[in-house]
Design a protein around this ligand. Structure first.
Ligand code: G6P
Length: 363
């Protein structure tokens, strides 16, 4: 079927806006009220190690899933960028499950990593294009059902990957007996709430657009987060670099004092993703370290965390209150919208950023 921008100025804007509907659809494939519903062949009972391999935003979806899988299922997870993984020749084994994640299913390095795993580990792929090479060559494939993604900077494919990997984490926890039926159903119910919460997060667009006008004047921007907000900070920095060409770096908030704080002065905005989770007090103390050096904090939080961390902020944007475990799905939205509106303010080509390709089929 012919697809169009549906009244949006850019594909990226359309793809950001589509996320509530896509996440509902994706979750409908992999979740029931009782818990995860994955196809036959996805079984973690005798898996004692998981390696996840991908590139770009798909890699950052894997880094996020590491927090979920280790936290819920207690299975150790390693995450690698595909171009490093295979040349290191990592040892695998029959109790190792390799999970390859790719929107296109054709990224050369990720495909080569999959082929490296063949005969050495069981192989699961998570792809958007079900007819792709990575889908065809895996033992089992989980399509993310995001529909064609046209914008070069990944948005809806990233959140749909997160949704599928969340269901995978719940299945792993269930197979390992790490969660009882009640806990599983509670996490599934929380996950099922995320599409509606993402729709609410989209309502913060005017605030995020106003912040983006300020960000557009910066030369360097830092992104911080703790726990699963750390990979999200990496995604925020990646998105911003890709389409606005502003230099951005992300750090785990606790790592700030080990180097990057040397960069902080009144010219460097520091974007902090900080829901009101158990790590919030630590994140707020890192924010104070930035403020003490005249750094300008942009805090993205919920009503409670903004109240806790609110003094001395340069800018803030409010997200709905939601389940902390799945917060990366929600905070992906402000990460995307900040990048999008900063790029618009800079006048760059949002859908076709310079030097980048949608699918990288060469090494
Ligand atoms: C390119 C795209 C990124 C994408 C990465 C991995 O660099 O510009 O948006 O995340 O490739 O692509 P894949 O299709 O494997 O997810």
């Amino acid at each position: 079927a012919q697809i169009d921008k549906g009244g949006h100025r850019h594909w990226m804007a359309k793809e950001i806006a589509e996320q509530p509907a896509i996440l509902s659809d994706t979750l409908a494939h992999y979740l029931t009220p009782q818990g995860p519903a994955l196809p036959d062949g996805v079984d973690f009972a005798d898996v004692d190690r998981i390696v996840m391999v991908a590139c770009g935003s798909a890699y950052l979806a894997c880094l996020t899933a590491k927090y979920w899988i280790e936290g819920l299922a207690r299975i150790p997870v390693e995450v690698d960028v595909a171009s490093e993984f295979r040349y290191r020749e990592p040892p695998l084994g029959e109790r190792t499950l390799a999970i390859l994640v790719s929107q296109s299913g054709e990224t050369a390095d990720t495909l080569a990593a999959l082929r490296y795993c063949k005969g050495q580990a069981r192989i699961l792929s998570v792809v958007n294009v079900p007819t792709s090479s990575i889908a065809r060559e895996a033992d089992v494939t989980l399509p993310i059902h995001a529909g064609a993604e046209i914008g070069v900077a990944s948005t809806k494919a990233f959140t749909a990957q997160l949704a599928v990997l969340a269901a995978v984490a719940l299945k792993a926890a269930s197979d390992k007996g790490a969660l009882d039926a009640a806990a599983l159903a509670a996490h599934a119910a929380d996950l099922a709430r995320m599409p509606a919460l993402v729709a609410q997060a989209l309502l913060a667009e005017p605030e995020l657009q106003a912040i983006a006008r300020n960000l557009a004047e910066a030369r360097d921007i830092l992104f911080l987060g703790r726990g699963a907000m750390y990979p999200l900070a990496l995604e925020g920095a990646l998105k911003l670099k890709e389409i606005s060409y502003i230099h951005a770096e992300a750090y785990a908030a606790g790592e700030l004092k080990h180097g990057p704080i040397a960069l902080v002065d009144e010219h460097v905005p520091v974007v902090v993703f900080a829901p009101s989770d158990a790590l919030l007090p630590k994140t707020v103390s890192n924010m104070h370290e930035v403020m003490a050096r005249s750094g300008r904090i942009v805090m993205i939080g919920d009503a409670d965390s903004l109240q806790t961390g609110g003094d001395g902020l340069w800018r803030q944007a409010r997200m709905p209150q939601g389940p902390h475990l799945w917060a990366p799905l929600l905070y992906a939205v402000p990460a995307q919208l900040l990048a999008y509106h900063t790029a618009i303010a800079k006048g760059t080509d949002v859908d076709q950023p310079r030097n980048l390709a949608k699918s990288v089929t060469v090494e």
